[in-house]
Design a protein around this ligand. Structure first.
Ligand SMILES: [Zn+2]
Length: 312
C-alpha cells in the first residue's frame, strides 16, 4: 500500500509525456489562428479586440501555472500614445501581460513577444495604400511570436525540471507604436532589473524561408553567447548577427544594458499589410525554431549570469 502511494505521488508530480510539453504544430496553429482571426480585427492598441487577445494570453498563462507578475494580476496597464499619425484618440489603453515561473533562483530570464498589431489601419505604419478599415491580421507580426512565447512557457513550466534561473514571460502591448510596452516595463519593472540575466525576443518567426534561414540577433551583447552557441545544431537553418539594438522590444532591453537575443524569419511582401495572414504561416518550421531556442536557452542555463557587452 505504501509502495502504491509512493508510486501515485511519483506520477502526480511527473512531467507530462514528451509530446505534451515540446512545441507542437497543433498548438502553434491554434494560437495563431485565434490571434490572427478576423474577429481579433488586427489587435490594434486600445481596441476591445486587443483586450480579447490579452485575455487569451492570460488564460494560457494561468493554465500553465505561471504566477501573476504584472501590477494588477497578470496585467501591467499603461497609456500608449499614437504619434505617427494625427488621430482624435491618440491616447489609448494598453497593457503588458506578465507571468513568472519561480524556480527560487537569484536571477531571471525574460522571454518576450508583442501581441498588438496595426488593427484596422488607423494607427500609422501600415504599408497598404489605403489601409483604413482593413483588418491587419498580423499572423506573422506577431501572432507567431506570441505562439512561440506560449510554447516556451509551456515547455519550461511542464518539463518537470527545476531550472537554475527563473523565467519571466511577457506579452508586450503597443510595440507597433514604438516599443511602448517594453519601455513601460523597463521603467516600471516588476522584477528588479539587476536580477535579469538576458532577454529573448520573438517578433515574426512564422515565415521561415529555407534559403535565408532564421536570423538570431544579439550574439554580440554578451561574451557568453559564443559559448552558448557552441555546437548547437537545429532542424532549421539559422544565422547569427552581433547587433541586438534593433527590430523589436529587445532594443529596449539592450538600451538598459541587458543581453538580448532576437529571433526573426525576415521581411516579406505582406509585412504591415492586411495580407499578413495565417494561411502563409509555416507551423512546422516554427516548431523547429522553438526547438532551437530551447537548445540555446538550455545551454545558457548552465552558464553564470551574463554580463553585457555593447555592440559597436
Ligand atoms: Zn512586430
Amino acid at each position: 500500500m505504501k509502495k502504491l502511494f509512493a508510486l501515485l505521488c511519483l506520477f502526480s508530480s511527473a512531467p507530462l509525456f514528451a509530446q505534451e510539453y515540446l512545441p507542437s504544430v497543433d498548438r502553434i496553429s491554434k494560437h495563431i489562428h485565434t490571434l490572427a482571426s478576423d474577429q481579433m480585427k488586427g489587435r490594434g492598441t486600445g481596441s476591445k479586440e486587443n483586450d480579447k487577445a490579452a485575455q487569451y494570453i492570460t488564460k494560457e498563462f494561468r493554465k500553465l501555472g505561471l504566477l501573476p507578475m504584472g501590477s494588477e494580476g497578470y496585467w501591467q496597464p499603461f497609456t500608449a500614445k499614437v504619434k505617427r499619425v494625427v488621430v482624435t484618440d491618440s491616447l489609448r489603453k494598453a497593457k503588458n501581460v506578465i507571468g513568472f515561473l519561480n524556480n527560487r533562483a537569484p536571477h531571471t530570464i525574460v522571454i518576450g513577444a508583442h501581441y498588438d498589431h496595426l488593427g484596422m489601419g488607423r494607427q500609422g505604419s501600415s504599408l497598404e495604400k489605403n489601409p483604413e478599415g482593413k483588418i491587419h491580421n498580423g499572423a506573422d507580426d506577431n501572432a507567431s511570436g506570441v505562439a512561440g512565447l506560449l510554447e516556451l512557457a509551456r515547455y519550461y513550466t511542464q518539463n518537470g525540471v527545476k531550472e537554475e534561473y527563473n523565467f519571466l514571460f511577457i506579452a508586450f502591448g503597443a510595440e507597433e507604436l514604438g516599443l511602448q510596452g517594453s519601455r513601460h516595463f523597463l521603467a516600471n519593472p516588476t522584477v528588479p532589473l539587476d536580477q535579469l540575466n538576458f532577454m529573448v525576443c520573438m517578433d515574426m518567426i512564422g515565415r521561415y524561408n529555407p534559403d535565408r534561414g532564421v536570423g538570431v540577433g544579439g550574439v554580440g551583447t554578451s561574451d557568453t553567447w559564443a559559448k552558448v552557441f557552441e555546437g548547437v545544431e537545429a532542424s532549421v537553418k539559422f544565422f547569427t548577427d552581433r547587433a541586438g539594438n534593433g527590430g523589436s522590444d529587445n532594443a529596449a532591453f539592450y538600451a538598459k544594458q541587458i543581453p538580448v537575443l532576437f529571433f526573426h524569419t525576415g521581411g516579406h511582401d505582406d509585412y504591415h499589410k492586411p495580407t499578413d495572414d495565417v494561411e502563409k504561416i509555416d507551423f512546422k518550421s516554427e516548431v523547429g525554431i522553438l526547438n532551437l531556442e530551447i537548445k540555446i536557452i538550455d545551454n545558457a542555463l548552465k552558464q553564470p549570469k551574463m554580463s553585457f557587452t555593447p555592440v559597436s
